[in-house]
Design a protein around this ligand. Structure first.
Ligand SMILES: Nc1ncnc2c1ncn2[C@@H]1O[C@H](COP(=O)(O)OP(=O)(O)O)[C@@H](O)[C@H]1O
Ligand SMILES: [Mg+2]
Length: 333
């Protein structure tokens, strides 16, 4: 049996999550291992459709109706979340793990005021006493995330807030329960660049204050570089490379990671058009045989088309699933 690390907060092993559809079974997550340590930010990166959001939804067990966790373990502090009944899972969601989504409008209820929704979170999770105490706490929370005129704005509705402010409110709510783990799924993708930076900085500041761990899901390597300590690169339902953040940028070994890095827009040279990786993420109903990246890989050889890629540990903590991981050096273009 595998010994768990004393620093581990959440350990995912051999997780498989599938969606059933009229066209067949979508193997959105097809056997991943991922460890999130205490106080650590781990970035989960990959193109759209690789299964990143499904990882977040699986951890919280809030998959859509047609989604199902087929196998694996998701262990939080020694307890397999997949063994818990619905009620205990609800308690975990309210107190130990919380999630921020891309579009806060979908998570905020349009018919309740922002204040009421924070009140719900605060009353539920912190058991503050009287109405006045709750009101004061709400204004304090909004103040704390930089909402101007918090006193007045508590009685406004979500649509009266800008996108950036709504996301600040979500961050405030999610952190008000002092979670051990925060899952942020593309938290700033729908915001414009300056607001994006403000929101990320706020999240970083609050997270550091609380010491929570974070799973930061994004397709943006720039955000990963700035906000996370570790990285897991996901492709077509699997994690293909993981390491600390410096190593991923300096010594990426998986051709997919290398391609992602090449597609990051550069600021030092003039580029005619944004580079992107040729080809598409495959359908996860019938993913390619062998290494799933082989149809798009410039280094693919026969074995890559036939057999699942071999797990290789390049250095301690740097893991790559690629038949050619030892040979393929990184040349940026
Ligand atoms: N409710 C669903 N029903 C069927 N397929 C889904 C559903 N949600 C996501 N998928 C599919 O699962 C795969 C992974 O999706 P997702 O986890 O959203 O990826 P990402 O967050 O990396 O974009 C994709 O092929 C997507 O089309
Ligand atoms: Mg997603």
């Amino acid at each position: 049996m595998r010994m768990s690390s004393p620093h581990a907060l959440l350990e995912i092993s051999d997780l498989k999550t599938y969606y059933s559809t009229d066209y067949g079974t979508v193997k959105a997550i097809d056997g991943i291992d991922l460890t999130i340590n205490k106080h650590e930010v781990i970035g989960l990166v990959g193109e759209s459709g690789c299964g990143k959001s499904t990882v977040g939804l699986s951890i919280l067990r809030v998959l859509p109706r047609n989604g199902r966790i087929i196998s694996g373990r998701i262990v939080l502090d020694g307890q397999n979340l997949l063994d818990l009944d619905d009620e205990r899972m609800r308690t975990i969601r309210g107190s130990r793990i919380s999630m921020i989504f891309q579009d806060p409008l979908t998570s905020l209820n349009p018919v309740f005021t922002v204040g009421d929704q924070i009140a719900e979170a605060v009353e539920l999770h912190q058991k503050v006493g009287s109405k006045t105490e709750v009101d004061e706490k709400i204004v304090e929370i909004l103040d704390g995330v930089g909402i101007p005129e918090a006193n007045r704005r508590v009685s406004e509705y979500p649509h009266q807030f800008s996108g950036g402010m709504r996301q600040r409110v979500m961050i405030a709510m999610m952190l008000s329960c002092n979670p051990d783990l925060l899952i942020a799924d593309e938290p700033t993708t729908s915001l414009d660049v300056t607001i994006q930076a403000q929101v990320l900085r706020l999240m970083k500041h609050l997270r550091e204050k609380l010491g929570s761990s974070m799973l930061l899901i994004t397709h943006d390597l720039g955000i990963i570089a700035e906000y996370s300590q570790k990285v897991a690169v996901m492709y077509a339902g699997r994690i293909v490379e993981s390491s600390d953040v410096v190593t991923i940028f300096k010594n990426p070994r998986h051709p997919y990671t290398q391609a992602l890095l090449r597609s990051v827009p550069r600021t030092d040279i003039k580029q005619e058009k944004l580079p992107s990786i040729p080809g598409f993420v495959p359908s996860l109903i019938n993913p390619p045989k062998g290494c799933r990246f082989h149809p798009r890989c410039r280094h693919a050889k026969n074995i890559c088309r036939e057999k699942d890629a071999l797990k290789t540990e390049i250095n301690s903590g740097h893991i790559v699933f690629c038949w050619r991981a030892e040979e393929v050096g990184f040349v940026g273009e």
